[in-house]
Design a protein around this ligand. Structure first.
Ligand SMILES: *[C@@H]1O[C@H](CO)[C@@H](O)[C@H](O)[C@H]1NC(C)=O
Ligand SMILES: *[C@@H]1O[C@H](CO)[C@@H](O)[C@H](O)[C@H]1NC(C)=O
Length: 661
């Protein structure tokens, strides 16, 4: 195999005698999206809606999640091809419009973008509006109300924030205009008159009127009031007035100035002026939400408060959400009493003013992933210094703890090991039941990149950016660690490593695409004759370079487009996390170039890791920037195991003792 023009020698195992005739097929196993952990509250707005079906609708990565809050079940709309950025519910409360980032193809060319209109009861796509017209992405969408939702207004992510109005039944464009060079946060139709549209964003609130295909724009004038840096949100009161929320923490009620109304007859420009300013929050007002009967809610960006206001803006109730969830990004009314809260740290909370709020989902940035060897649980960790334990059966977060400077871990038993970022070279052992740190060690003085227990848990290997693999004896049920060796021979940082089934050998990959084999039992000796390791059986297969996974690489790869891979415990399939947002499923072994795979979309950024659960019932994948964990159900798959599959094209089959634990 060649990577970056550099040859990598691999040896064909002796049980494959006719390599040339081997045929690579897609596996009979398939993946089906089972659960989505996460919510994009960090940088998107207005993206949590309560549906009449009892579902909370929100998005993360490329998936729109419909989460039934009482049944705790999920459905998914997954027709978007890149990160979803905005959504709007039609006045019929069934149809949904959603917009996405345009995305780019393999050569970096922007793809054609559109707004999807779909049915939230059937998840069927009804319309694709404006294919190819929106630049970069769709930042905001809104349905009109007055004419039972005939029109759709879209603002794209181009520099000029092109605003367009569409007939959503016919899919035709009525009008468009460059709205502003400044950031736009929200758009909406006047519920009483679909020719009137409001947009707001950085230093502006605009009142638009659409007449015979032409927009006229009027600015909100702050006059003697301090002009806020951002106008983050707006809503229409029951009496038809516009209320805005801004970065000064004010709710402003807008009206047409009497002076301008007088001069209207002479064709003077109509402007909008402030009728009343109400101080609502410390810091920004991030969201406003209309309640039945004229009351409203506001959510604070800095003070994390939710305040309920009467129709004439007298405060009625307030509460504060816990600091760890961040600011109030958006609010949705469930039944007048119960509320859903989306937060800027990607949590969704549910609760009431009286009883407070509890998280129903929370995911932050992560890049460490490990499944438990015998239970339906997994761990994640990331730069937010949280180590979190999740339950794949109950689809829930069991706990998260903050360790001063955490990063990555792999688990065995009810113990996990964690390496630290910031304090390079430090790793810890955590007891999952008590959540206490039971051991702490230091290896070298550079970042640690990979850690793995031997199959019976008696050794731990720690791969470092200093090119060494450190070896430990593990005693006392995983609580005591004594270093006994150091593998010295790689000429670049360690990226992946796996143990042999007998726990005596290690196979490792490095940053300069080496594959090395080590005799651990014999004292961390580098095995210079790599041919002799060709028949060794591996307890896990996560090394991205190796004979058995040649076929997962694209032709002409620069060696960086596969971030991780993981063989199933059945040794029938190998899952691959690539740099192009995709999860692949290949047959295992996969030793011939250009092997076919099943490809799965859902992540909105490079997929950083994949891991099968202990029974292979599910695969977990995590995204780098999209802060999303996808749980895939492994469907199908016959009873033929990989050895029989090999025997069908070769005459011998090797048998070696199964691992003892
Ligand atoms: C918006 O930006 C474009 C290009 O940078 C510039 O030509 C135009 O004058 C700007 N428009 C406004 C209203 O600032
Ligand atoms: C909507 O507003 C426009 C412009 O002010 C006006 O001409 C029109 O009559 C209004 N339509 C309705 C239904 O009120």
């Amino acid at each position: 195999m060649f990577i970056r023009g550099r040859p990598i020698t691999m040896y064909i195992p002796s049980n494959i005698q006719n390599y040339e005739d081997l045929k690579m097929e897609t596996p009979s196993e398939k993946l089906e999206l089972d659960w989505v952990y996460g919510y994009r509250g960090r940088d998107c707005r207005d993206n949590l809606v309560f549906l009449p079906t009892g579902e909370a609708m929100y998005f993360i990565a490329c998936v729109i999640v419909l989460y039934h809050i009482n049944n705790r079940s999920q459905r998914h709309y997954n027709k978007h091809t890149d990160c979803v950025r905005c959504l709007a519910l039609h006045p019929d409360k069934v149809r949904v419009a959603s917009g996405q980032t345009a995305g780019v193809d393999k050569d970096g060319k922007p793809l054609k973008n559109c707004v999807h209109i779909w049915d939230s009861t059937t998840l069927v796509t009804l319309q694709q509006i404006g294919l190819g017209t929106f630049q970069r992405g769709v930042g905001s969408v809104a349905f009109s109300f007055f004419d039972s939702g005939t029109f759709l207004c879209v603002i794209d992510d181009s520099n000029e924030h092109m605003m367009s109005v569409w007939d959503c039944n016919k899919g035709t464009k009525h009008a468009e205009v460059k709205s502003t060079n400044e950031t736009v946060f929200a758009v909406g139709f006047d519920p009483e008159n679909s020719t009137k549209i409001i947009t707001c964003g950085k230093s502006h609130v605009y009142f638009w009127t659409l007449s015979s295909g032409q927009f006229t724009k009027k600015q909100g004038i702050f006059g003697k009031y301090k002009k806020p840096k951002f106008i983050q949100c707006f809503m229409f009161s029951l009496t038809g007035e516009v209320l805005t929320g801004d970065s000064e923490g004010n709710i402003i009620r807008w009206g047409k100035s009497p002076a301008d109304v007088k001069t209207l007859g002479k064709g003077a420009k109509e402007t909008f002026q402030i009728m009343r300013q109400t101080k609502a929050h410390e810091g920004s007002v991030f969201t406003l939400c209309k309640l039945q009967g004229g009351a409203l809610l506001s959510g604070g960006g800095k003070d994390r408060k939710i305040i309920r206001w009467s129709a004439d803006l007298a405060p009625e109730r307030e509460c504060e959400i816990p600091e760890k969830f961040g600011a109030v990004r958006t609010l949705a009314d469930v039944d007048g009493e119960e509320l859903l809260v989306g937060t800027t740290r990607n949590a969704i909370l549910r609760g009431t003013f009286a009883d407070g709020f509890m998280a129903i989902g929370h995911v932050n940035e992560m890049w460490g992933l490990a499944t438990h060897p015998s239970q339906n649980i997994f761990l994640t960790c990331g730069h937010d210094r949280q180590v979190c334990l999740w339950n794949t059966e109950e689809h829930k977060l069991d706990w998260c703890i903050s360790l001063e400077v955490t990063s990555q871990f792999f688990s065995a038993f009810l113990i996990c090991v964690i390496s630290l970022t910031g304090v390079w070279a430090v790793w810890m052992v955590l007891d999952l039941l008590t959540r206490e740190v039971v051991s702490e060690s230091i290896d070298g003085n550079e970042q640690l990149s990979v850690m793995r227990y031997s199959p019976d848990g008696s050794y731990l290997a720690v791969g470092s950016h200093d090119n060494f693999i450190y070896l430990y004896n593990v005693a006392d049920n995983g609580r005591r660690y004594t270093r006994f060796g150091k593998c010295n021979g790689h000429s670049s940082f360690i990226t992946h490593l796996d143990w042999s089934k007998d726990g005596k050998y290690i196979m490792s990959n490095s940053g300069d695409y080496e594959i090395l084999y080590w005799d651990i039992a014999g004292g961390c000796k580098l095995l210079r004759n790599r041919f002799e390791s060709k028949d060794r059986e591996w307890a896990s297969y996560t090394c991205v370079l190796g004979f058995h996974v040649i076929g997962v690489w694209l032709e002409g790869s620069d060696g960086t487009d596969i971030n991780a891979l993981c063989r199933s415990h059945s040794e029938r399939v190998v899952a691959v996390a690539d740099d192009f947002c995709k999860v692949h499923l290949f047959q295992y072994p996969c030793p011939k170039p250009k092997a076919p795979s099943h490809k799965y979309e859902g992540h909105g950024s490079h997929v950083t890791n994949v891991c099968f659960t202990h029974s292979d019932s599910h695969l977990l994948s995590i995204g780098g920037k999209d802060m999303c964990i996808l749980q895939w159900k492994v469907m199908g798959g016959g009873t033929v195991d990989s050895k029989e599959r090999l025997t069908s094209t070769s005459s011998t089959s090797s048998s070696s003792p199964e691992p003892t634990t």
